[in-house]
Ligand binder design. Structure first.
Ligand code: ADP
Length: 193
């Protein structure tokens, strides 16, 4: 099974993705995690990405597309994968279409976790307090920036898939378990997206 999880920062994509990984035996491809790993490993790409992430901006499309193309070609994706954090721009979505076409792969579901932006601001601020701000991009100013970047650059990705009739919006308000149940339901419901 191959899935895409869309949704703003703090919508709970990572949490839901991890659960789906356990349930369906697929791998989670989180571009945020990949970039943070590259940054802590101190690779040239990682260090450049870190400065961009800390500002709340997006890493350039060509870098992200190369990272994802390499990752999709690893053997552990054979059983399927869940994309979390990619695509984040319409150009990334188009590049992903080409990438998958070239490999003869399709996407089974594109799920958008829909959450009110005011609630998100609160959630991310809470996460920053709990983790003692272990993520350099969880400060108030950066959160506002990330939500703004989301509205301008990533919301159009949901629109791109909606227009093609392949988007499944899921209500992201409520507990982790409630949202998980809605996602499971939308995965069970027919394949006509
Ligand atoms: P969030 O909690 O904001 O959803 P992520 O862990 O997915 O966080 O991403 C953190 C940061 O990594 C983003 O703010 C951005 O700078 C960078 N990033 C992650 N994925 C992408 C992508 N597909 N394109 C560009 N930048 C990305």
């Amino acid at each position: 099974m191959r899935l895409i999880l869309l949704g703003p920062p703090g919508a709970g994509k990572g949490t839901q993705a991890q659960r789906l990984v356990g349930k369906h035996g697929i791998v989670q491809l989180s571009t945020g995690d990949m970039l943070r790993a590259a940054a802590s490993a101190g690779t040239p790409v990682g260090l450049r990405a870190k400065a961009i992430m800390d500002r709340g901006d997006l890493v350039p499309d060509d870098v992200m597309i190369e990272i994802i193309a390499d990752r999709i070609d690893q053997p552990d994706t054979a059983n399927g994968f869940i994309l979390d954090g990619f695509p984040r721009t319409v150009d990334q979505a188009k590049a992903l279409d080409r990438l998958l076409d070239e490999r003869g792969l399709g996407i089974d579901r594109i799920i958008e976790i829909v959450v009110d932006h005011e609630v998100l601001r609160e959630r991310i601020a809470g996460r920053a307090r709990e983790t003692g701000g272990s993520r350099a991009d969880d400060t108030e100013a950066t959160v506002a920036k990330r939500l703004d970047v989301y509205r301008r650059q990533t919301a159009p990705v949901a629109e791109y898939y909606r227009q093609r009739g392949v988007l499944k919006p899921v209500d992201g308000m409520g507990t982790v378990e409630e949202v998980a149940a809605r996602i499971d339901e939308s995965l069970r419901a027919g394949t006509d997206a």
